[in-house]
Design a protein around this ligand. Structure first.
Ligand SMILES: [Zn+2]
Ligand SMILES: [Zn+2]
Length: 274
């Protein structure tokens, strides 16, 4: 009966706001069927599958997966689409504190629309689709036994109260539920058990690179050193912009004894590097 109802009524596309008839696309909440996807399923194919309940067929194609050649450290895609991965000019000049950062796709088009829906419209059903993209990017860019601790980037308590949830924490929780032991013994942590965002920062949106670094300096504080010492940590967030937030969190984690810190986000802004 539910399928008849789903098929008979148009849905509003979360990207372009137009109404469309879903036909035989999967319905919300059927994420479990994705578990059968091959781990090496192409990112664009996977995006179409997980986003199809929320996005009209036209907008579904407005997705750009991150692909080589990109910066070996920060993951920025090079404008030239031929050649090997190598370090970008920024990373050569400022090596920073995290080891490498990777993302599922560009912060643009349909993926940006979905992240906005989760974060600013509290469309919480998007946690599984977006976490599935995170998981896929992890499988693509890391060895399974390379990480000891998966840690969401914390929000400041005030921001958490305003929004009601930490989107990074939701993504990690959804990933943990669908992981089924793939992560070779890595632990999925709650951010508040490990690290706090102790300094209220103004939103980074609209700030330049230098201002972002100044704004975020000293913002994080590790609360449980024992769970950080000697660990290879994967920081998880929704969007990687300049990397200032991830770098500052990595600085604090390494100061408290972390072995290394990597960064995984659903999306990444695309200042093309040449
Ligand atoms: Zn659309
Ligand atoms: Zn770089």
């Amino acid at each position: 009966m539910r399928i008849v109802v789903e098929a008979a009524f148009p849905r509003k596309c979360r990207a372009c706001n137009r109404y469309w008839l879903p036909g035989d696309t999967p319905v919300e909440g059927t994420y479990r069927q994705w578990e059968g996807d091959a781990p090496d399923a192409g990112m664009a194919t996977l995006f179409q599958r997980v986003a199809s309940p929320f996005i009209c067929p036209e907008c579904l194609t407005d997705f750009e997966p991150m692909a080589s050649p990109l910066c070996r450290r920060c993951g920025v895609m090079f404008g030239s689409r031929i050649g090997e991965d190598h370090l970008c000019g920024d990373c050569l000049q400022h090596p920073g504190h995290f080891r490498r950062a990777r993302s599922a796709g560009a912060y643009d088009g349909a993926l940006m629309a979905l992240i906005h829906q989760l974060k600013y419209r509290a469309c919480l059903a998007l946690d599984y689709p977006l976490a599935r993209l995170l998981q896929q990017a992890f499988v693509r860019d890391w060895q399974m036994d390379e990480i000891d601790l998966v840690l969401p980037v914390p929000l400041h308590a005030r921001r958490l109260r305003q929004r009601g949830f930490n989107q990074a924490q939701m993504l990690v929780r959804a990933w943990k539920k669908m992981d089924k032991g793939l992560m070779a013994g890595a632990r999925f942590a709650r951010s508040r058990d490990i690290m706090l965002r102790s300094k209220p920062t103004v939103p980074q949106t609209g700030l330049g690179r230098k201002e972002r670094r100044r704004n975020i300096r000293g913002a994080f504080k590790v609360v449980d050193h024992h769970r950080v010492e000697g660990k290879r940590i994967l920081l998880v967030d929704d969007v990687f912009t300049t990397g200032a937030t991830a770098d500052e969190a990595a600085r604090e984690l390494k100061k408290c004894g972390a072995d290394c810190v990597d960064v995984l986000t659903v999306a990444r802004t695309m200042p093309r590097s040449w």
